[in-house]
Design a protein around this ligand. Sequence first.
Ligand SMILES: *Cc1c(COP(=O)(O)O)cnc(C)c1O
Length: 449
Amino acid sequence: MKTKILLKESEMPTHWYNVAADLSNPPAPYLGPDGNPVPPEAMLAIFPEALVMQEVSTERWIEIPGEVREALSLWRPSPLFRAHRLEQALKTPAKIYYKNEAVSPAGSHKPNTAVAQAYYNKQAGIKRLVTETGAGQWGCSLALAGQMFGIDVRVFMVKISYQQKPYRRSMMQTWGAEVFASPTNMTETGRRILAEHPDSNGSLGIAISEAVEEAAGRADSNYALGSVLNHVCLHQTIIGQEAKKQLEMVGDYPDVVIACCGGGSNFAGLAFPFVADKAAGKNVQLIAAEPTSCPTLTKGVYTYDWGDAVGLTPLMKMYTLGHDFMPPGIHAGGLRYHGDSALVSQLHKEGVVDAVAVPQLETFEAGVLFARTEGIIPAPESTHAIAATIREAKRCTETGEPKTLLFNLSGHGHFDMASYDRYFAGELEDFEYPEEAIKESLAHLPKFG
Ligand SMILES: *Cc1c(COP(=O)(O)O)cnc(C)c1O
């Protein structure tokens, strides 16, 4: 019985798959504060033209440039594993497969889009990329990609993480990036926040505002985002295309495809290539797994909202908990974004994509079982996908159905051991985000038109 199913480098996909070609309704446009669609040109202040074109494209296939494929080949194609030992532990008749995206140098799926974004910015003559990072996964991925394509990278890292996750900061610096604890006194936004709250711990919203402000203010600099946007989801579709080929090699096809969902990019990466099959009549279930403490798809509303906390971005139609939603401090598993990819949101609205919310203790329990059976210590984010997969596998045990399950291991947890420590020490608890708090946050949705 095979455990690792491997593709040759020459079998790496040559094109990204654009799900916008297979939607039953046209994607909702991004809107300005006046309620009118934002013209693509408006995005050129912070993104290169090639990425703006991808953002609005409805072409089904978009070619992956040779230099990007060459960069990706450092860790791709990534292996597909059959989780024999997890199956045995669960005594399930289900077959469980997982795509291992932890094999990238930064340890997650995020470099798949980072290298593409660095490449297109380099082509456009950009000298520097500016971004934000929370826990550090995205900052590391962009630092790596900047190094590969000769672009300087400047990262605004949320101050509390900068202090609590020093090794992610050193990784970024090792790959040559400049890292600053946000809020800084380098931007208008940062100075304003510090004047009011000199002891501010920072937030992702503040760090985004600092990065966008700096990128917009300098001709040699652009901004880069690690999830949510259509072009980011597009770059990740290499994952699902590879997985399909790998399953074909062992004569299999999934009944259920599962990934965790924060901004939606690793879910999109694995699941979107199956949307095309589903549109063509195949019976395959696609499940996005999210935390009960940040239940965007399962408890949010589908409407226009800002992508950031302070209203700098265009309005995007998506499932949202409200842009000023704050996940509880007790939550240790990442996936804290208040909104979700517009494409994932639309597919959920149209019933193509299902969603489940998983409580924190169940996710860590699943992560520990996975580490003790399959060996790899998963990122806390990825444990949401593992927990959702285990639920499906247990259902199969009850019904006796030998379903084929496929999930995405979006990253390893080597820099998240403090969260595992909190779990082992019994310091974590389940948290169901209260309906009233969601209502309160949704009351601040933008009003326009
Ligand atoms: C960033 C991250 C996620 C969540 O982001 P998506 O855009 O929803 O994929 C999931 N897993 C890992 C390991 C991450 O670093």
